[in-house]
Design a protein around this ligand. Sequence first.
Ligand code: KIV
Ligand code: ZN
Length: 515
Amino acid sequence: MQSSKQDKLIVFDTTLRDGEQSPGAAMTKEEKIRIARQLEKLGVDVIEAGFAAASPGDADAISAIAQIVKNSTVCSLARANERDVRAAGEAIKSAKSGRIHTFIATSPIHMEMKLRMTPDQVLENAVKAVKLALEYTDDVEFSAEDAVRSEMDFLVRIFDAVIQAGAKTINVPDTVGYSIPVLWGERIKQLIEHVPNSGKVIWSTHCHNDLGMAVANSLAAVMNGARQVECTINGLGERAGNASLEEIVMAVKTRRDIFSCDSRIDTTQIVPSSKLVSSITGYPVQPNKAIVGANAFAHESGIHQDGVLKHRETYEIMRAEDVGWNTNKLTLGKLSGRNAFRSRLQELGIVLDSEEAMNAAFARFKDLADKKREIYDEDLHALVSDEVMAEAHEYYKLVYLHVCSETGETPHATIAILENGIERRDEADGGGPVDAAFKALEKMAGSGAELLLYSVNNITTGTDAQGEVTVRLSKGGRIVNGLGADTDIVIASAKAYINALNKLHSKLERAHPQV
Ligand code: KIV
Ligand code: ZN
C-alpha cells in the first residue's frame, strides 16, 4: 500500500496489560495510574489499561484510569465472550474516549487444542463479541490471536466478518514471536489486499520478541500499510517481551526518509517513561538497550569520542536530549519547602490520596534530603512508591534493622517487623549483610519461597544515590517482584523482601486472558 506523507502512526501502548503479564510485574491500581498519567504525557494514542474480566482489581484500575486520562483513548482487553465484553464495556464507560479490544485465537492449533472450537464457531463468537462491544463504544478493535500461524483464507474470512460487524481496528498479532520481517510485511500486505473493505479500517500489528524480531516485524508491517503498532515501554512483556515502543517510535522518526508516517509521541518523555516503568515493575533496563539503556548514548572508545567531539553526527544518529536523557532535573534539595515538594509531585503526575499521605511523604523527603544532597525526579518516584507501600495495610512491615559486617567476622542481622500488627524480632548470620537480613526475615515469615532474583540499581548517580532493589520470589507457581528503595542498600533490600512477602501473602488471583 502506498501511503501519503501525512499518515499518522497510532501508538497503542499495552504496558499495563501485555507488559503486566511478565512474571511478577503485576501492579497496584495506584502504580497503574501513575504509569497511565505518564503514558498520556508521552502522547500515546491508546492506553490498553488492562483486562477487566481478569479480576475486580483490574476492572477497578481500568475505570480509574478511564476517569483520569483525557488525551489518550483508554482500552480494555476482552476475550470474545459476553462476560468479558460486558466487563470491558463497564470499565471504560467513563472514558472521554474508550475502546474495547476483543480477541479470539484463529490458528488451527489454538482452535483445536485450546478453544476446542471449529473455525465457524470461532467466527460466530468474534462477530457476536464485536456487535456486543458496539453497545458500549463505537471504537472496537478485533485481534486474531496467533495470526502468525493462522491460515490466510480463514484470516480473510474472519476479518471480513468483523469489519462488517463494525470493528474499526483490525489487529494482526504474532503472538508467539515466530515471524521474520519479510514474511510479516508480506502477510500484512496480503491481508490489506484481500480483505474486503480493508480501506475502512486501521490495520494494526502486535509482535512478540521470542526471536528478537518484534520491532523489526512491527516496522515491516508499517512499511506494508499497518497504521497502528502495539508495543510496550522497554519492550516489557511475557517471555522475551513485546515490541518496544521507544525503538519503534525512534526508528520511524529517525528514518522519515523510508517511513511515510509519524507518531504524535513527545519523544523527550521516553526516558522518564522508561525509568518509571522499570522502577515500578522491578524490571531493570539492560545498559546496552537501544534508546533507553544507560550506555545508549555513551561513546566509550577514543576514536568515537574524538569524532563526536569534532562533529556529533559522525557517530550519533539521534540526540540524547531528544529522547529525554539529560533532562533528569535537579528538582529539590534540603531547603525545599512543602509547596515546592507538592508542586513537583503534581508536575510529575503523582497524586497522593490524602493530606496525611502528603505529610508522610514530605517527612520522608526531608529525611532523604538529610542523607542525599540533590533530589531528582526519579528519587521522588521511588520515595512515593515506598510511601504508598508503607501506607498500605500490609501484613508485614519493617520496624528495625541492625546489621554487623566487618572483615574477618560473619555478617549478622537483627530485624524487627510487625506481622499483622504484632511485633516480632529475630536474628541470623549470613554470607553477607543482605543474606543475613533475608535469613532473619525468612525465619519469622517462614514463607518457604524461592529467591529467583536479587538486583540492585542506583536510581541516580553518585555514592549517595538511593539503591533500588528488586527481589523476585516464587512459591507454588506464583511469582512476585518486591521493590524497595533507600540510600542504605541493606535497608532497601529488606524493604524489597518484605514487599515481596506481602504480595505473596495477598494471594490475589487474576485470570490470564490467553490461558
Ligand atoms: O499476543 C497476543 O496475541 C495478544 C492478543 C490478546 C492481542 O496479546
Ligand atoms: Zn501479546
